[in-house]
Design a protein around this ligand. Sequence first.
Ligand code: N2P
Length: 360
Amino acid sequence: MKFLTLTASALAMSTTLASAEELRIYNWSDYIAEDTIEKFEAATGINVTYDVYDSNEVLEAKMLAGAAGYDLVVPTSDFLQRQIEAGVYQKLDKSKLPNLKNMDVALMKGAEAYDADNAHSVIYMWGTTGIGYNVGKVAERLGADYSGDSWDMVFNPETAAKLADCGISMLDAPTEMIPAALNFLGHDPNSEDRGELQEAADLLTSIRPHIRYFHSSQYINDLANGDTCVAVGWSGDVFQARDRAAEADNGVEVAYVIPKEGALQWFDMLAIPVDAPNPDAAHKFIDFVMDAQITADITNYVWYASANAAALPLIDPEITADPGIFPTDAAKANLWGSDVHDPKYDRTITRHWTTVTTGQ
Ligand code: N2P
């Protein structure tokens, strides 16, 4: 009797194990709708483990080390390209991705600059790196007629000094911040000129005393609560801050601006590591998020632009009409993409960034 019971429970256990298919996702923080994972689990019976990061460098270190155990990750396009070259990602099996037909052809064509034939990746969301600010506090310090549409707000030491007391934060993203400083100085944001890079680093060092912190996710709540008043940040994150402030009804008005000098435009890409334990489930998830309604739900929650043409009619008109999320053609003309640079350039950037952030 006892033997039989044991056998029965052993059987039950192996059935559970067989049916509990796992999918491990590693994505940016604040980058998915509240119900996306739940809906995917309900639709497929696959259990999802969902971890987050807020830095391409952190993701890259894990990917290059290998055996991270993830089935799906979301590098930004220039990082993706370098990681493809390092052999980190597998080719997608497009026969498993019927919803590819929903993607915006022009945007996917743009992403081909980083991944030929879109062989390894699909655009998850895209956006810009601009400035989020507290409208009231900035007006108090710079005057009501300060236009707030320029990198002057953070890169001009005199302006930054006036804002320092209410808190300026900057992304801890060297490959985004140094090019923005280059652009402000009138140089090509992709410049590899050592002298120009030094000038950009010097500019950042000169404003360093006015920067409260370098961090790439904390600024959402800090802006929303009025604990900081200016953040160099990612478009959707700043809109989430605006949304959180409105929900808290705390009198904080947050605005996002793509500075008139221009800004970085990036694509975040869904990609499957070569050593993914469950690439089949990863394909299922990619196809799931390319569903028009699912991706519209994500954009409606995180305020990042979708590259899914079929989803556009399902996105809140407030979002599709906002030039901070879907830039106007005039603003688009000033956006730049991030080139992939050689390892020597990367070491230079890393060295400058250490000096800027630690003073050493
Ligand atoms: C989401 C940040 C995604 C933008 N919090 C970074 N490419």
